[in-house]
Design a protein around this ligand. Structure first.
Ligand code: BMA
Length: 322
């Protein structure tokens, strides 16, 4: 918990995670940063599993698991992991996000390779077979796809990582367009880290945007670094805090921000949210229900997957209030 950084009163958190390693019927240690969608009448979650041993504070590898739910709150994981990508060049894939476009599911993932970190877009029609459609040049990650084409093109938000030119972590949220999910261009800046009062390190996409009549509502992650912080979680030194922020983008040109909340939307402030790291909230899924309820799925401290709820009108108001 970071002093002065509070979860917005419009957010109603469940008082426990929705998925932890204890729920998983195979080797699992850290279950977090999941993507969630409504697909074929069910909720589906693709989650990151860093497996190893929680007791021994040991991590051995990463795979992606699947869980299903009828209500978005109670989840049943599959009996074995869905996939792990690794070959001579690719080390691992992680942090999946799901977008359903025209009845087809698309996954965006971060992929660590021997030659840098690449943003991957893949397609699945059945959560079995996965077809890779594109891989960015390094370093780029945290991609999310809009649920429909805008102006005739597919749209993604992303967070390239220009370390060399900016001297230190200074990462911003960008947008690119594609006619076919393979060729991406017309890239432009959406939100600079310097414009977010609760970030001094990086801002980037969180959950794929949802459409409202006021604009595209989207969650972003914001990172604040404090070099005076010491040991937190398993690591000898963890200096960053991650928050979820909320923004509203123009329906016709989503690179334009209509408004965003100048305060964090979700901060780490519950005991069950701590673990491997502390003070990390990473939103990866957002579902807008017909009732106006918004379900927000977030990884907490790279350890567990959690659920919070809000009313869509409250989120819009946070973005539109000056
Ligand atoms: C980032 C990624 C995320 C993670 C976050 C906080 O660099 O590794 O997967 O959630 O750090 O630890």
């Amino acid at each position: 918990m970071i002093e002065g950084r509070n979860t917005s009163p419009v957010i109603k958190k469940l008082d426990h995670p929705v998925l932890t390693y204890k729920d998983i019927p195979y080797n699992a240690a850290l279950i977090f940063n999941a993507g969630v969608a409504k697909f074929n009448g069910k909720y589906v979650m693709a989650f990151r599993n860093d497996y190893g041993s929680v007791e021994e504070h040991r991590l051995d590898g990463t795979n992606i698991g699947l869980a299903y739910s009828d209500d978005g709150e109670h989840w049943t994981p599959e009996s074995k992991p869905w996939f792990a990508i690794s070959d001579g060049e690719i080390i691992r894939a992680y942090d999946p996000r799901i977008s359903v476009i025209d009845g087809v599911c698309y996954l965006c993932m971060a992929v660590d390779t021997k030659h840098g970190l690449r943003g991957c877009i893949a397609k699945t029609e059945d959560f079995n077979k996965l077809e890779i459609l594109s891989m960015s040049v390094p370093d780029n990650r945290n991609m999310v796809l809009f649920p429909e084409k805008v102006g005739g093109n597919y749209i993604r938000l992303e967070r390239p990582m220009p370390v060399y030119s900016r001297g230190k972590d200074r990462f911003d949220m960008w947008l690119s367009e594609s006619p076919d999910m393979e060729f991406w261009g017309r890239s432009r800046l959406v939100l600079g880290v310097e414009d977010v009062p609760f970030a001094n390190d990086k801002v980037g996409p969180g959950a794929p945007p949802v459409k409202t009549d006021k604009g595209w509502l989207t969650l972003f992650h914001a990172v604040e670094k404090d070099t005076t912080r010491g040991k937190n979680g398993w690591e000898p030194r963890w200096q960053k805090s991650y928050y979820a922020g909320v923004a509203l983008l123009d329906l016709e040109d989503p690179s334009k921000i209509i408004g965003y909340s100048k305060k964090p939307l979700i901060c780490c402030d519950r005991a069950f949210e701590d673990g491997f790291r502390n003070d990390v909230i990473f939103p990866g899924g957002m579902i807008l229900e017909d009732s106006g309820e918004v379900k927000i799925y977030y990884g907490a401290s790279d350890t567990v997957e959690c659920l919070a709820r809000a009313d869509v009108n409250d989120l819009l108001k946070l973005c539109l209030d000056k």
